[in-house]
Design a protein around this ligand. Structure first.
Ligand code: SAM
Length: 445
């Protein structure tokens, strides 16, 4: 084969994503080597992440109107420009050569000269990186204008800039060390099996692993020494450790990261793990077995119509949401999100909150969380809930016991937990609501 099959599959799947807004989580089966699969994901994710900027660069470097360019020309040029801007490790000349050669399998031989000229000019342009700073923020960081405008209504100028920039930084999955291991031991154990990791700079028990697929093949994984859990969730659950007492319901639990961490809480009596999706719940039961945790009750039900006869001391509602706090990990959300549907879960969130009240003991604790940056799904939901439910009050996060110094930046003055996307954290929001009724011994005092 005279052309690079990995780059060919990347351009094919990038063009497919642009048409359908969908991409597969699995690498194409032709890619049998680990190194090829990693390269494929790196390129494809990066091109999706920077799609708008790449298009803008093509527009500015070609006289022909953008809409008259063939899709495959746009795809190949996007790949070439992405490598020149964002992949210092690939030597520019080799990257350009391999990219121009893709004109062969895409059968656009007559465009080879044009693709080559655009990429060589860009390679020679000494100001290319500094010129990017002239683009407005949504173009430079590749976001839809309306999305950035939305965040500008809720956050300061510098916060919006950091959110947009952080959405383009993702250096690997975050895992949580399972007791009795500590993370230094886990890091050593993974290294012995050829998997490198970094200590997470904020979350105490977290490691960042660049090469996710390899870490799932290790003995450390099969022995249950860790599970995947984003750092913002880890920090939120560590802060609320004292709340997970007595009988607890995780009402929207799958795929289960939070349930697994709640199971570490020393004062927990029983955890009911519920989700509407059977397939997603299966992952939790596999993890519970792998991590050697006590088997817990798993139920499949709609949390707007819960079947339980006995009320709970604590209910966690980690609700479905727009997930705009997770764009770092899921860059496709930048383009699949639309203004008309972004808040489509708002009503469901409200109903979940309303229904859970019926299953909480007097004096019980309701914990609400999202991975959304949108005020309507966060602060406004809580505000409205408290207006409708004078029998509840907010327990400010800053009143929780033992808040470590390095976690305090995530506690807002209104009493919420809020992490904005940063190179270390996803966007996450949480509020703790206390029922004012008589406290039972199991509730927060
Ligand atoms: C944000 S995810 C939960 C993530 C999970 N807590 C974790 O830490 O891994 C939201 C979950 O809510 C579930 N869900 C959506 N609608 C639901 C409903 N009406 N009742 C129960 N679960 C629901 C989805 O299947 C999804 O697994």
């Amino acid at each position: 084969m005279a052309y690079d099959p990995v780059r060919f599959l990347v351009v094919r799947d990038f063009l497919n994503f642009k048409k359908t807004n969908q991409w597969a989580e699995q690498a194409p089966e032709q890619l049998t080597k680990n190194i090829d699969r990693r390269f494929y994901f790196h390129l494809l994710q990066g091109m999706i992440r920077h799609q708008r900027l790449l298009e803008e660069e093509i527009r500015s470097r070609i006289k022909k109107p953008f809409h008259k360019l063939q899709d495959s020309v746009v795809g190949i040029l996007s790949l070439g420009i992405f490598q020149l801007y964002f992949m210092d490790k690939v030597p520019a000349r080799a990257g350009i050569f391999e990219t121009v050669e893709l004109a062969v399998p895409f059968r656009i031989f007559q465009q080879k000269g044009l693709i080559n000229a655009v990429l060589r000019n860009l390679q020679r342009d000494p100001d290319k990186k500094s010129r990017l700073l002239n683009y407005p923020l949504p173009v430079r960081t590749s976001h839809q204008d309306w999305m950035v405008a939305r965040w500008q209504n809720s956050y300061s100028k510098s916060e919006v800039q950091s959110i947009c920039e952080a959405n383009n930084v993702f250096e690997g999955i975050t895992i949580r060390t399972k007791k009795p291991w500590n993370r230094a031991q886990l890091q050593k154990k993974l290294r012995a099996e050829g998997v490198e990791s970094r200590l997470h700079p904020i979350a105490d028990q977290a490691l960042i692993v660049e090469n996710a697929s390899e870490c799932f093949r290790t003995n450390a994984f099969h022995e249950g020494a860790f599970y995947v859990q984003d750092s913002s969730s880890q920090v939120f659950l560590e802060l609320t450790e004292s709340l997970w007492k007595g009988d607890v319901l995780d009402a929207c639990a799958a795929p289960g990261g939070k349930s697994l961490q709640i199971l570490e809480s020393s004062q927990l009596r029983h955890l009911v793990i519920n989700d509407i999706s059977r397939n997603r719940l299966l992952k939790i039961s596999q993890n519970i077995a792998r991590l050697n945790l006590n088997s817990q009750m798993l139920t499949i039900s709609d949390s707007r119509r819960l079947p339980y006869l006995k009320p709970f001391d604590v209910i966690l509602l980690d609700v479905p949401c727009s997930a705009t706090g997770t764009i770092r990990k899921n860059p496709d959300l930048k383009w699949t999100a639309q203004p008309a549907t972004l808040l489509k879960q708002e009503d469901l969130q409200r109903r979940l909150l309303e229904h859970s009240v019926l299953h909480l003991k007097p004096g019980g604790t309701l914990v609400y969380s999202t991975c959304s940056l949108e005020t309507e799904e966060n602060d406004l939901q809580i505000k409205q809930f408290l207006e409708n439910h004078p029998e509840f009050e907010l327990l400010p996060f800053f009143q929780l016991p033992n808040v470590p110094q390095n976690y305090s930046p995530y506690l807002t003055k209104e009493g919420y937990f809020r992490s904005l996307p940063s190179p270390e954290m996803m966007g996450f929001f949480a509020a703790v609501l206390l029922h004012r009724g008589e406290r039972t011994e199991n509730n927060f005092a």
